[in-house]
Design a protein. Sequence first.
Length: 340
Amino acid sequence: MEACMMLRRESELVAELHHLLFPSPTTTPSLATSKLTGLCDTITVGGECLQLQPPGLTTTTTVSGGGRRRGRKRVREYVKLLQADDQEVAADGAANAKPLPCGKTRRKQQTTTSTLVTRVPDFDGYRWRKYGQKQIEGAKYPRSYYRCTNSTEQGCRAKKTVQRNDHDDDTNGGGAAVYTVAYISEHTCKSIESVAPVILETTVVRTNQQPPAVVAAGSSCASSTGGNAKSESPATSSSDIIASTWSSTSSGDVRWPSDQHGDYWRHQLLAGDEDSWDTKYTPVTTSANSGVLIGEMDMTGPIRSPVQITADANWMDDLLLNGLIDDMFNGSIVSQLSGL
DNA sequence: GTAATTTGACCCAT
DNA sequence: ATGGGTCAAATTAC
């Protein structure tokens, strides 16, 4: 009975993670708030900071109201690329305005920024092209900038930044790096391939060693000044981790980051009741990594998503409908794949 | 040959 | 002046 409840809890979390990473265009702030309860510390919508308790996973979704300020050159490029947004972008350029406090005065051209902390920074199912890397002041490791590979062909606006956290788990003996991934804007592209992935492992760790990270309203609101990467700082300071590893249902179509194998972690349910559930990372091996556990992902290579999925990414719903999630959590799929 | 990555320079906001 | 984000030529990988 308890195990059943825990499995259901994890299914809910996976679904919520999916909603977080691939929000539907029709998602309303109120819906997002309700869907993410228990996942996020805070949600900033239109400049208002909502505190959610208790914090489960360190995932902060920010819907900024002001849009990102751009220079005249960038504005012109966007007029070309994003004809649908020409009026809003032109307004941006014409305004050339000073920053708006908490995005309270500008509401057009909303950008959605989702930040999560993960051990597997490339599990989101999209292909990304790296276009820059920057050493951030105070950060131990450089931040990498990626845009969707469909940005040129289809004008997809999705971007993400990946930065290895300073406080990685070296002290825990695991040696697994932890990355902060900030997703900026939503995908407007349509992925060519649509292979539904099978989730090998989905692990959620909630550490109890420190009180729930309370993100100051001021710092969260600051992200609304433009939805820039600075908004990820609250999540970076947390110890909560989301880690997921994806694979594909069709053998041979699995795309791992070049020269990398990713991390595999077998989830173990440790707690009894639904409110105090917890999981534990345990390294596992699969056919994908030939029995060699790579403790740390090489971030110098290209970031590619393990699988190609459609932009609307309804595969999770399919998985839920087909009961594959339960199989996944029972380890049957992992066992099957491991035996291949 | 094509695609992706690297990396110094540049732009812009603060 | 400084820091973050992006560009684009050069380089590398497939």
